[in-house]
Ligand binder design. Structure first.
Ligand code: ME8
Length: 509
C-alpha cells in the first residue's frame, strides 16, 4: 500500500471558521477519499494554530484567557468538520504537549545545523499574517495581504539562515513540481530570484507560544511552531514508526497567500533539520465575494454551518469543488449556488437515482439480462469504461472541478440513455427481453456514477449506491458490470429542487 499523507493548513484559532476554511478542508477530504477507495494508506491531517500575538490580542479584547479563546474556536472547527463529513485522521492543536515537544525537537536540530544565530530585527511586522515585511513589500505602510498598517518591531532575537538555502530552494522549485500550480511556482521563483533573507525565528514581545529552549523569555516564531504541526500529526518525535510510515507528506494543500511559508521557509527548515522534503505544495485560489477575498479582516464571511444546515453538506461540498476551477479564485454567490444545485444535483444526479430506482421497482418482475446489448448499451459501456481514467487523471492533477464535471457528464449520458431507450414504452409493448437489458444497464450506470461521486458527495452518493445496489460503495466497485445483481430501494429525492427565489436573497453573514 502506498502511503498518502496530506494536510490542510492549521487554521488560526482567532475566530470561528468561515467558508474559506471549509473550502480547503473539503478539497483535502475529497482527495483523501479518492485515495482511500484506490486502496492507498491515507492519513489526512488538519488542526488549529493556537499561538501568537494575534490570539493573545483577541483573547484580551474578548476578556478571555488565550486558553479559553482557543478551546472555544477549536470546538467550532471540529463541529464544522463533523457537519461537512470531513474524515480526518488527526486534529492537531499547537497547544498540545506533544506538539511542543516536536517544535523543540525541530528547533534543536536547526541549532545543531548552525542555522540559528542572534541578530537584531527592526522593521514592519503584520500581526495578522504573523509575518515580517521588507519596506519594498509593503503597500504604503500596509501589509500586502490584509491592507492594514503593520507594527514597527525592533528586538534582538534568533534568526534562521534562510539565505543558506537559496540555491537548494531554487533547484527544488525550478527542477521539480514541488510548487503547484504553475502560476504559484513562478511567483515563488520570482521571490527566490530577489534573494532570500534570513528571518527572525523567535519573539521577545510574545508570551503565548513555545518557549525557546534555554531562553524562557522568548517564544519560537509562530510560523516555525505552526509548520512543525505537519511532523507532530504523524508522531514526531515520540512515535518514529508512524512518522516513518507517512513522512514525507505527499501533499500540503494551502491557500495561495501562505506559499512563502510552505514553499520557502518549510523546505529550508526541513533541509536544515536533515528531514526529507514533502513531495508537493498545491496552492488553491481564494473564494471571493463581489471580487474581494472572503476573510475575517474584510468582514464578508459566509457561514458554512448555516449553509450546510439549509442545503445539506453535500450541496456545499459540491458547489465549492465543482464551480471553481481548483487553483483559481472564484466568487461565491447564493444565486450561483442555488442554480448549480438545481441543475446538477436535483435535475441530473438526484433525478437519475430516482428514475433508475423507480423504474427498477416498477418492473421488478422483469427477467434480468435475457436480451443482448444493442448500440445504446455499447455506447453507454464505452462512456462508463472511460470514467475511471478520467476521474483518476482529474484527481491526480488536482483538477477537482474536472473530477466533479466528468462524473456529472456521465450522469447526463445515463439520463439521455434512459430517454433514448424509453423503458416505459418497452414495458407497454411487452418487450421484456429488451426492457431487462435497459434496466440492468440503467441501474449499473447509475450505481457507477454514485460510486465515482463518493469523494465529492459522500452522503448522497453513499445513499444512492445503497438504493441502487443494496450495498455501500466499496473499493474496487469502479468497474461497469451490468450483470451485477441489484437490490433496489426507492427513497425520497436526494436533492429536492429549490425555488429559484432562494437564490435571490443576498448572503447574510
Ligand atoms: O494562515 N478562500 O491560518 P488562517 C480560500 N494559521 N481559502 C481560504 C480563504 C478564502 N477566502 N480564507 C481562508 C493561517 N482560506 C495559518 C496557517 S499552516 C502551517 C498555518 C483557507 O486561519 C486557505 O487554506 O488564516 C488559507 O491558506 C487558510 O484558510 C488560512 O487560514
Amino acid at each position: 500500500m502506498t502511503a498518502y499523507y496530506l494536510t490542510t493548513p492549521i487554521y488560526y484559532a482567532n475566530d470561528v471558521p468561515h467558508i474559506g476554511h471549509a473550502y480547503t478542508t473539503i478539497a483535502a477530504d475529497a482527495l483523501a477519499r479518492f485515495h482511500r477507495v484506490r486502496g492507498d494508506d491515507v492519513f489526512l491531517l488538519t488542526g488549529t494554530d493556537e499561538h501568537g500575538i494575534n490570539i493573545e490580542r483577541i483573547a484580551a479584547e474578548l476578556g478571555l484567557t488565550p486558553t479559553q479563546q482557543v478551546d472555544a474556536v477549536t470546538a467550532a472547527f471540529s463541529a464544522l468538520w463533523a457537519e461537512l463529513d470531513i474524515e480526518y485522521d488527526r486534529f492537531v492543536r499547537t497547544t498540545e504537549p506533544t506538539h511542543r515537544r516536536a517544535v523543540v525537537a525541530l528547533w534543536q536540530r536547526l541549532q545543531a545545523s548552525g542555522d540559528l544565530y542572534r541578530g537584531v530585527y527592526e522593521g514592519a511586522y503584520c500581526p495578522r499574517c504573523e509575518a515580517y515585511y521588507q519596506p519594498d513589500e509593503l503597500v504604503g505602510r500596509d501589509c500586502p495581504v490584509h491592507g492594514l498598517p503593520c507594527d514597527n518591531v525592533a528586538e534582538e532575537n534568533w534568526f534562521f539562515r534562510l539565505s543558506r538555502y537559496q540555491d537548494a530552494l531554487e533547484r527544488l522549485v525550478r527542477e521539480t513540481d514541488f510548487v503547484q500550480p504553475t502560476a504559484r511556482r513562478n511567483e515563488i521563483l520570482g521571490v527566490i530570484r530577489q534573494g532570500l533573507r534570513d528571518f527572525s525565528a523567535s519573539r521577545r514581545l510574545v508570551r503565548w507560544g513555545v518557549p525557546v529552549p534555554g531562553a524562557p523569555d522568548e517564544v519560537i516564531y509562530v510560523w516555525i511552531d505552526a509548520l512543525a504541526n505537519y511532523l507532530t500529526g504523524i508522531g514526531y518525535p515520540d512515535d518514529p514508526k508512524t512518522f516513518e510510515r507517512f513522512w514525507p507528506a505527499k501533499l500540503h494543500l494551502v491557500g495561495k497567500e501562505i506559499i512563502r511559508f510552505h514553499c520557502l521557509y518549510w523546505p529550508a527548515l526541513l533541509l536544515s533539520a536533515g528531514l526529507p522534503l514533502p513531495q508537493q505544495v498545491f496552492a488553491h485560489g481564494w473564494l471571493t465575494k463581489d471580487g474581494n477575498k472572503i476573510s475575517k479582516t474584510t468582514g464578508n464571511t459566509v457561514d458554512p454551518r448555516a449553509l450546510a444546515a439549509e442545503f445539506g453538506a453535500d450541496a456545499v461540498r459540491y458547489y465549492l469543488l465543482r464551480a471553481i476551477p481548483f487553483g483559481q479564485d472564484g466568487d461565491f454567490t447564493r444565486r450561483a449556488f442555488v442554480a448549480r444545485y438545481n441543475a446538477d444535483l436535483a435535475n441530473d444526479f438526484g433525478n437519475l437515482v430516482q428514475r433508475a430506482t423507480t423504474l427498477a421497482a416498477r418492473h421488478a418482475h422483469v427477467p434480468v439480462a435475457q436480451g443482448k446489448p444493442g448500440a445504446p448499451e455499447i455506447a453507454l459501456r464505452e462512456a462508463a469504461d472511460q470514467l475511471s481514467d478520467r476521474v483518476t487523471a482529474a484527481f491526480e492533477s488536482f483538477a477537482l472541478h474536472e473530477a466533479a464535471s466528468v462524473v456529472g457528464h456521465f450522469v447526463g449520458e445515463v439520463n439521455r440513455y434512459i430517454d433514448k431507450t424509453a423503458p416505459w414504452t418497452l414495458a407497454r409493448q411487452g418487450s421484456f427481453d429488451r426492457l431487462g437489458v435497459v434496466l440492468d444497464h440503467t441501474l449499473e450506470a447509475a450505481r457507477l456514477a454514485a460510486w465515482y461521486y463518493v469523494p465529492i458527495l459522500p452522503r448522497a452518493a453513499t445513499d444512492a449506491h445503497c438504493r441502487l445496489a443494496g450495498a455501500r460503495p466499496l473499493p474496487g466497485g469502479g468497474t461497469f458490470d451490468p450483470t451485477r445483481r441489484h437490490v433496489v430501494n426507492v427513497g425520497p429525492p436526494l436533492f429536492p429542487r429549490l425555488a429559484q427565489q432562494v437564490g435571490d436573497v443576498t448572503l447574510a453573514k
